[in-house]
Design a protein around this ligand. Structure first.
Ligand SMILES: Nc1nc2c(ncn2[C@@H]2O[C@H](COP(=O)(O)OP(=O)(O)O)[C@@H](O)[C@H]2O)c(=O)[nH]1
Ligand SMILES: [Mg+2]
Length: 344
């Protein structure tokens, strides 16, 4: 579920213990929670994200109440193989934007590592540079259970960050599975990070990364082979044009040294200007909401169906057993549940 770096940071810097219990009181004090959230209070932010992520009592009301205050943040998505340098790059971008006084929210989605995994611990140590800075809020997420998809949890967390007045939200995801594609769809700007000397990179590009990258970063350009990766990207770009006719720029970085951060920030600004000029932001938002609505409806319908099954003393498991024994057919069962009439 979630490791809350915001809280980890506070543990180090604050006299107050982190809030670990809140669910029972969420609704009763949600007004003050929302007020504190909107003022940018990191503890209210941590609490609201946890409430939403864990579907604690009142989570939907909370999102309903904050939705009117969202839609302002810029959202960057960064994706690439494990070890490509995503976190290092996010860290450099965070430093860069902090100098310009932007407030920042970071969501690190890492479905492959447990919270206490080496990668996340590494991130935590590096990120501790920012711990004393309330202008940076960091949150990590791993695969969620049956409560809904990772993309949905990430989207909801981003909504909360947006409502808290964060100017810039960065979402780091690993690899390019369907979850990642769904997650980066949230972002206004998607940055795909490649590194020299990873044999499968070009394969990955062919496998669909091409369409999602608005900007390519070749990180670890201090290593041999950066030019070759660049040539390979260019060759692929020459084969296909995007519908919007944007040609994703290629930025070389050495994130560990902070080299190329300014160029990357410029590329981000250029693409945002392009989106504005072509009126693509609204179009992207509509597409994004279309996907999100389908997912939200699917979750809500499934929840309702489960409740209906339970009302009638059924359970997914029992029905499955009945079907496996051919005592029931699944087709009429589904129709009955949808109609709300699945009594035996
Ligand atoms: N040589 C080199 N190492 C880098 C560079 N950027 C990051 N690293 C290192 O690569 C490792 C993985 O970086 P990390 O940001 O955790 O990768 P992530 O898994 O994509 O988030 C760390 O040890 C970094 O210090 C770079 O540009 N050059
Ligand atoms: Mg990382």
């Amino acid at each position: 579920m979630a490791r809350d770096w915001g809280t980890v940071c506070q543990e180090a810097t604050s006299r107050f213990p982190p809030l670990l219990f809140y669910t029972h009181s969420l609704i009763s004090d949600s007004e003050s929670l929302i007020a504190r959230l909107r003022s940018g209070d990191p503890r209210a932010l941590a609490r609201a994200i946890s409430a939403v992520e864990n579907r604690a009592a009142g989570w939907s009301e909370l999102l309903q109440a904050i939705f009117p205050h969202t839609g302002k943040a810029r959202v960057l998505g960064l994706t690439g193989s494990p070890g490509a340098g995503k976190s290092t790059l996010v860290d450099q971008l965070a430093k860069h934007y902090r100098k310009e006084n932007h407030s920042i929210g970071i969501i690190a989605v890492d479905p492959t590592s447990p919270y206490t995994g080496g990668a996340i611990l590494g991130d935590r140590i590096r990120m501790q540079d920012h711990c004393s800075d309330p202008g940076i809020f960091i949150r990590s997420m791993a695969t969620r259970g049956a409560l809904g998809g990772l993309a949905r949890a990430t989207a909801d967390a981003a909504t909360v960050l947006d409502a808290s007045g964060r100017d810039l939200i960065m979402i780091e995801t690993v690899g390019v599975g369907q979850d990642e594609v769904d997650i980066v769809r949230l972002a206004d700007v998607t940055i795909v990070i490649l590194v020299p000397g990873m044999g499968d990179d070009v394969q990955t590009i062919k496998a669909g990364i091409m369409e999602i990258a608005d900007i390519f970063v070749i990180n670890k350009s201090d290593r041999d082979g950066a030019d070759r990766v660049e040539r390979e990207i260019r060759a692929l770009q020459s084969l296909a044009t995007r519908n919007d006719h944007w040609t994703p720029p290629i930025v070389k970085t050495v994130a560990s040294e902070g080299v190329g951060t300014q160029k990357l920030a410029d590329a981000i600004t250029d693409y945002e200007a392009f989106l504005r000029k072509e009126n693509l932001i609204f179009k992207k938002n509509v597409e994004n909401w279309q996907e999100r609505l389908v997912e939200m409806l699917r979750d809500a319908m499934l929840e309702k169906a489960r409740a209906r099954m339970e009302e009638n003393n059924g359970s997914l498991e029992r029905y499955a057993a009945e079907i496996a024994q051919h005592r029931r057919d699944p087709y009429s069962l589904v129709e009955q549940i949808v109609r709300g009439d699945n009594r035996k």
